[in-house]
Design a binder for this molecule. Structure first.
Ligand code: GLN
Length: 289
């Protein structure tokens, strides 16, 4: 098959291929892929479907569709995902930002009084930067440190910090909470510590949806045998990092909030009732030093 193809035909072909591969929302995704391939918006496609696409666009949309059919997450195929209404660049080096994690932002806005205070914020396992950089946008005088063990993740976070206009208020540093002395190297102290650490039990990773288990970084998912190893390390360092009266907000996997709460209680924090995500799951453990 060659020759000219109209955008509508390319859209239909992509949607048919995605449907055949068992992907939900095939037409919606097909439109996003075609828009990305053509360097246009979805709205433009709706108005201009009868126009002829350049051969390079046809080739590009087929390549993107093939990646999606192999279950690569849309966010990686498109290189971007929205979080809290902001565009975040993503790569396979970082976890895809998820709506459930927006619950942490809601909790921070509710618990940290004063939008204009110069809060010092620490994000452990900063990944794409979706938590820390969103907080820096919401708190315009805050400064942040984002730590990650992955240099490739730090590069993504740095690109996002610059694109979102908060680069001057953030430091992105390499570090591993499983190494002795990690917390002491971060400077601080901090008014707010946030983290969405890896929390999947090692044995459960193979059973995750293929989009997640095969493509998202194991470093960002694998929480050790019981899923809680990162929280143990973070709770161990938290008292030395967070000022008296300061807050900790950490994302929790389903059913993990009680155990995570116990770890922070043992570390000398007053733990509140967890914040629920939109699915009603206890998603964010909130604690005060
Ligand atoms: N929310 C992710 C999932 O359920 C896991 C993220 C994490 O381990 N922090 O797949």
């Amino acid at each position: 098959m060659s020759g000219v193809a109209r955008y509508d035909a390319l859209l239909r072909d992509a949607a048919v291929a995605l449907t055949a591969a068992g992907i939900d929302n095939a037409r919606f995704e097909a439109r996003l892929l075609l828009a990305h391939a053509g360097g246009v918006t979805s709205e433009w496609l709706i108005a201009h479907g009868d126009e002829v696409a350049a051969p390079a666009v046809a080739e590009a949309v087929r390549a993107l569709t093939a990646r999606r059919i192999r279950r690569e997450p849309m966010a990686y195929v498109l290189g971007e995902r929205e979080f809290w209404g902001l565009p975040f660049k993503v790569s396979p080096a970082v976890l895809v930002p998820r709506p459930d994690s927006e619950t942490l932002i809601e909790a921070a806005l509710a618990l940290m009084p004063g939008r204009t205070e110069p809060w010092r914020i620490l994000d452990l396992g900063v990944g794409s930067g979706c938590l820390l950089l969103t907080l820096l946008r919401e708190f315009p005088n805050a400064r942040g440190i984002g730590m990650d063990v992955s240099p490739a993740a730090l590069a993504v976070a740095e690109a996002n910090a610059d694109a979102l206009g908060v680069g001057a208020r953030v430091s992105l540093v390499g570090g591993d909470w499983q190494e002795p002395g990690w917390a002491g190297r971060l400077g601080g102290p901090f008014d707010l510590l946030v983290s969405n650490p890896p929390y999947i039990e090692t044995s459960a990773i193979e059973g995750l949806m293929p989009d997640v288990g095969r493509f998202e970084p194991r470093l960002a998912l694998d929480g050790g045998g019981d899923g809680l190893s990162a929280y143990r390390a973070i709770a161990g360092g938290a008292a030395g990092l967070v000022v008296p009266g300061g807050r900790v907000l950490v994302e929790a996997g389903e059913g993990q909030a009680p155990e995570i709460s116990a770890l922070f209680s043992l570390a000398g924090f007053a733990v509140e009732a967890p914040w629920k995500d939109l699915g009603g799951i206890d998603r964010i453990v909130a604690a005060t030093h």
